[in-house]
Design a protein around this ligand. Structure first.
Ligand SMILES: O=C(O)CCC(=O)C(=O)O
Ligand SMILES: [Fe+2]
Length: 276
């Protein structure tokens, strides 16, 4: 198994293994690589839904997304689908999956099923590297803050997704909710400090109002969204991505209008997040 950096500060490409037939030793190496990089890319995988599930269950325990449709293969596999005629895509802005849960998801395993001829990349950001590079004064300012993460503005009755052509694919309007987490967490596996706020779900700092929260959040987001912390993955048939939701952001590019794209996602359960 070979693990090579994907870009200077974001992700690693894992080659020389098949996720469907990992030996126990390979599984251990994969866990180590996942803890170190938080974002793994794989090419040329033969991972039909039953093997996608088997790999996910070997790695951890599965949580079901409250809003996405499941595949016909399994209630544990979510469809990330965009039809030819649809304008809006799922996950089109920077976010971290399930940060609105009390116990946020540990990771997500995304498998390409139908791809557009070109475009449809997924972009990622490394929030451990971004934290390390913050100016000391900013680290001090955010050290003891907590932030509120919600999904109501997206999936609630008046949420932005409900007014798009994605709405018919989404359920769970009544399952919206929020949670608060430390702004700087200690990553449960790597022990690294990580900036844990994201543009999709973080709505404010606890005890601050929206407007003052907005100013600081935007400053943090501009810092993260720089080339040295981000990368873009171009999907090919057989590509798989496995990201750690505690230390990454991602967003799906919507640059293939008129073509369909379908991905299968399995989400893995995490643990409560502790402050750094
Ligand atoms: O379709 C993608 O590339 C990613 C969509 C997304 O945000 C997700 O699957 O969590
Ligand atoms: Fe996502």
């Amino acid at each position: 198994m070979n693990v090579t950096p994907y870009s200077a500060g974001c992700g690693a490409l894992v080659s020389g293994i098949q996720l469907a037939t990992l030996s126990d030793n390979e599984m251990t190496s994969l866990r180590d690589a996942f803890a170190e990089h938080g974002l793994l890319f794989f090419r040329d995988q033969d991972l039909p839904p039953v093997e996608h599930l088997r790999f996910a269950e070997r790695f951890g325990s599965i949580v079901i997304n409250k809003f996405f449709k499941a595949t016909s293969d399994s209630s544990k596999i979510a469809e990330v689908r965009k039809e030819k005629t649809q304008q809006t895509n799922i996950g089109g802005g920077w976010h971290t999956d399930h940060s609105y849960d009390e116990i946020p998801a540990m990771g997500s395993i995304l498998v390409a099923r139908i791809l557009p001829k070109t475009g449809g990349d997924t972009e990622f950001a490394n929030l451990a590297a971004a934290y390390d590079a913050l100016p000391p004064a900013m680290k001090k300012q955010i050290a003891n803050l907590r932030a509120v993460h919600s999904n109501e503005h997206l999936y609630g009755e008046n949420g932005v997704y409900r007014h798009t052509d994605l709405a018919e694919q989404l359920g769970g309007m009544d399952r919206v909710g929020d949670a608060t987490h430390p702004v700087v967490i200690k990553h449960p596996e790597s022990g690294r400090n990580v900036l844990y706020v994201n543009p999709g779900h973080t709505i404010q700092f606890e005890g601050w109002d929206f407007a003052e929260s907005r100013v600081l959040l935007d400053e943090l987001y501009a810092h993260v969204n720089q080339p040295q912390f981000t990368c873009s993955f171009n999907w090919l048939p057989g590509s798989v991505t496995f990201w750690d939701n505690r230390c990454t952001w991602h967003q799906a590019k919507n640059d293939y209008q008129g073509e369909a794209r379908l991905m299968h996602r399995i989400t893995l359960a995490g643990t409560a997040l502790a402050a750094a």
